[in-house]
Design a protein around this ligand. Sequence first.
Ligand SMILES: Nc1ncnc2c1ncn2[C@@H]1O[C@H](COP(=O)(O)OP(=O)(O)OP(=O)(O)O)[C@@H](O)[C@H]1O
Length: 844
Amino acid sequence: MPSAAKAKKAAAKKGVASKAASSKAAAAAAPAPAASPAEPVKADVKLIFPISLTARQRAAVHTIGERYGLPHISQGEGAERHIVLGPAGAPTVVLAGPAEVCDASSSGRDSDQNDGTSSSSAGTSGSAPPLSDDQLVALIKQHLKLDASEEFSYTNSSSHGGGGGGGGGGARRPAVGSGPWRRAEAAAAAKPGSKGLLTPEDFIAWVMPLLEMEREAEVAQAEEALSAGSPESAAAKGRALLNLRLADAEGGLLGRTLLTLVNNKGGGSEPLPPHKFSPHDIVRLRPSKGDGSGPPLAEGVVYRVRDSAMTVAVDDVPDEGLDVPLRLEKMANEVTYQRLRAALTCLGGEGQRGLAAPLVDVLFGRRSPRFDSAPPAWQPLNSGLDESQQRAVTLALAAQDVALIHGPPGTGKTTAVIELICQEVARGNRVLACAASNVAVDNLVERLARQDSRMPIVRVGHPARLLPQVLESSLEARVLQSDNSALAKDCRREMKALNQRLLKLVSRKDRDERQAVRQELRQLAREERKRQERAVQEVLQGAQVVCTTLTGVGSRQLDRLQFDVVVIDEAAQALEPACWAALLKGRKAVLAGDHLQLPPTVISKAAARAGLSRTLFERLQDLWGEAASEMLTMQYRMNSAIMEWSSQELYGGRLAAHASVAGHTMAGLAGATPEAAELPVLLLVDTAGCDMEEQEEEEGDSKWNDGEARVVMEHVRRLMAAGVAAADIGIITPYNAQVTRLRELRPEALAGRLEISSVDGFQGREKEAIIISMVRSNAARTVGFLSDARRMNVAVTRARRHCALVCDSETVSAGDPFLARLLAYFEEHGEYASAGEYDAGGVG
Ligand SMILES: Nc1ncnc2c1ncn2[C@@H]1O[C@H](COP(=O)(O)OP(=O)(O)OP(=O)(O)O)[C@@H](O)[C@H]1O
């Protein structure tokens, strides 16, 4: 290693390692507030906390707010994100960092941790050193004048219930262990008269304008890209594809036609230009030439995207106009907003909440969650369920209104959800199983079918949006198999014959017969509609599990259906209004998710700032916390060195690695060569001082970094030389422009195997080896949205055996304390390499 790089490494190590050590100590102290309620306090100041709080500390501050009845919100985005605790109109106290504790606290604790930072108004500056847990507690007690002897101890939620028939409890029943039931009641008691709680009416009044802002932002984004500029600029933004040729049109997707479009250049063999289309997008097809103002040739849904072809499912194929160069445009999806508004209107009308009325009360904190008094007896169908998964299923089965399953990465929340659904079905209950994304819903359908092939499942959704392997369970496929559907088909056949006859009845003398045929046609049309509707209703009524996306719940077909249980998987990725469409259909709700992974996408920055991206899952964690939730703690993906960073930084050190994965390394992979033994579990490739600066797009604000992209590809070569298959490697970068750059550098032969994607594209997935390209390298030390802890949590925890971080340590460490701790962790527990050596091909 060149000496300059060594010096940089030493300096960087000194700076970040000490922070990592303090973070570890903080995690060990883990001051989540005790769950029991306290007298509401009347604070005469409001506190603004520094952004350097760990995610767990932030969660603790919110819980303290809940506990003492104090307003508490997160404000700002990225580097500006901070928490405000206390009444809105009160004078502000900006908390700077550890020094303040020593200046102002009478406790005198933690003086050894004081690093001399000014306590004045460094405020939300990211440069303030992190507060330890003790310091955070001391500051809160001091400023809010809380009882100094008040204990804030980390509470363990694992004490309620056992699996496989153990556990259980009830609102009036002495809890098993400390049990969630009593905590729920007590927490409810701390909210006398529900004062200060959000009502459904408040929520609707607050969220409707935010949804409108979001709709406008989405429409503006689509329209601006398509009409404000030239078609070429829409294409440059990835929202239009120009000069396409129709290569194929095939029927068969349950009545739709699949149009396959290819690049007109090079006779259709060239790849499509870079674009932002993905399966399920709503699209419009028109001639490539022209200003795009006339009616489109067709509208449809993207069915499949390949490097060199895009397949679109359309309801109606135009008779002509498809033989010219074509343009495909990506549209805004207005239907989603109509459905969200309809669900909220229903929530707003007390009389319209039906069997969900008690649930609504619990979800708005007016009543505490209730649990069965007798322990639920159940025998796991999946005999491999671990203890925390069994506890989660027990809790959800015992719940009468709501239960939350918090599943950190790889801990098997979907596994627990599948077991729960099977158990509910075995009890004769009807289940509505949802998730925000189609992929997540299809995953549920597939895994349910695997668990019990005879389970009557129906997947509701546009066939173009479903994975081929679940088409058989789709509503349309099931409807086609029904008797009523066959009768409807007969009606259509007869109508066709009558229409042909009608065409021939043109003379005056045929008038009476014409009228009779028309009359018959009307009757047949009515009959056909009735049969179709009956077929749909019969299939849906007969299904014990209906699976659909949260948006799909708003479809007309599900209008009158009600369920015993509504299960929402990946709930932390769903907007709260989207959840309501599903929740209003059930008596009880079970939400599984991880609010410490990626939040839902919100396009409008203003709406996100105002709180639209705060999910119901997060809100319920704050409202009921451990009273109604179970955290899964055993993960089945990561080597423990990878897991430990995430566990300490975000999950209070509570994650454990299952023995089957705790020590697995690249050397243990099938096909690994002796070089694989040299691959560390954690690797930091540092570009500091290597002249690898970030660059920015002219249109749009994405960024890329050529130097990093080369280093990443060099590391791919090193992994492959060690016998790692390209399909076992994933490259993650937070910036779309870097995704494009990396794909350009990817050897053609690896195109279908070496996956390169944004963090969002990898959520819920895993690879044996993950390489993260962080891109940011600038003199101003700005890191932008890299500092979002949830994004980085998802990126790192996709890796099973090896995780490599490629970044400029000077920019990244200086830009954000959370990232500084991440780098320190990698250095301390992994290996360090200079990108200079890497770029020259000198490593490995
Ligand atoms: N009890 C168990 N024993 C063995 N393997 C398990 C167990 N539970 C889950 N797994 C495995 O761990 C992996 C992750 O499980 P699952 O997809 O249910 O987790 P998840 O929490 O939903 O994941 P993610 O955080 O990625 O969304 C799967 O391969 C699953 O088969």
